[in-house]
Design a protein around this ligand. Structure first.
Ligand code: DAT
Ligand code: MG
Length: 134
C-alpha cells in the first residue's frame, strides 16, 4: 500500500471543485486518509516547491499557492502516486486529456487546479510538510 499527497489549489478551492475532485479519487478506488482546509504560508510553499526554486515561474507559483485556502489530502492505495497522477493529468491543462481533472477543469499551466506528488519519496516528504510525520 502506498500514500500520496494531493492538494486542491486556491483556484480549484475558490471554484468549488473540492467535492468533485474528492469524488474522482474515490471512484478510482483510492482511500482518503487525511484532509484539511488550510492556507499555505510562504515558508511552507517555498519548501514544498523547493525543486523549482531556480525556475522563472517560482515567485508566481509561491504567490499563487499562498493566495487563498487549499484543501490538502493524503490518499492511500496500490500505486497511489501513479494512480493519482493519472487522474490529475498532465501539468499543462492544454496537454491534459479530457477525463482528467486538469483536462476537464483547467486552461493554463499557472492555474492547474490540483497538485499531486510525483514519486513515493516526494509523497512522504510532502505528507511530512503538510501533516507532520504521521
Ligand atoms: P506538476 O504539478 O504536474 O508536478 P511541476 O512539478 O513541473 O508540475 O510544476 C509545479 C507547478 O508549477 C505546476 O503544477 C504549475 C507550475 N508550473 C510548472 N511549469 C510552469 C510553467 N512553465 N509556467 C508557469 N507555471 C508552471
Ligand atoms: Mg511536481
Amino acid at each position: 500500500m502506498e500514500r500520496t499527497f494531493v492538494m486542491v489549489k486556491p483556484d480549484g478551492f475558490k471554484r468549488g471543485l473540492v467535492g468533485e475532485i474528492i469524488s474522482r479519487f474515490e471512484r478510482k478506488g483510492l482511500v482518503l486518509a487525511e484532509g484539511k482546509v488550510m492556507t499555505v504560508s510562504r515558508e511552507l510553499a517555498e519548501r514544498h516547491y523547493s525543486e523549482h526554486r531556480e525556475k522563472p515561474f517560482f515567485g508566481e507559483l509561491v504567490d499563487f499557492i499562498t493566495s487563498g485556502p487549499v484543501f490538502a489530502m493524503v490518499w492511500e492505495g496500490p500505486d497511489a502516486v501513479k494512480n493519482a497522477r493519472s487522474i490529475i493529468g498532465k501539468t499543462n491543462p492544454a496537454d491534459a486529456a479530457p477525463g482528467t481533472i486538469r483536462g476537464d477543469f483547467g486552461l493554463v499551466v499557472d492555474y492547474n487546479v490540483v497538485h499531486g506528488s510525483d514519486s513515493p519519496e516526494s509523497a512522504e516528504r510532502e505528507i511530512g510538510l503538510f501533516f507532520g510525520n504521521n
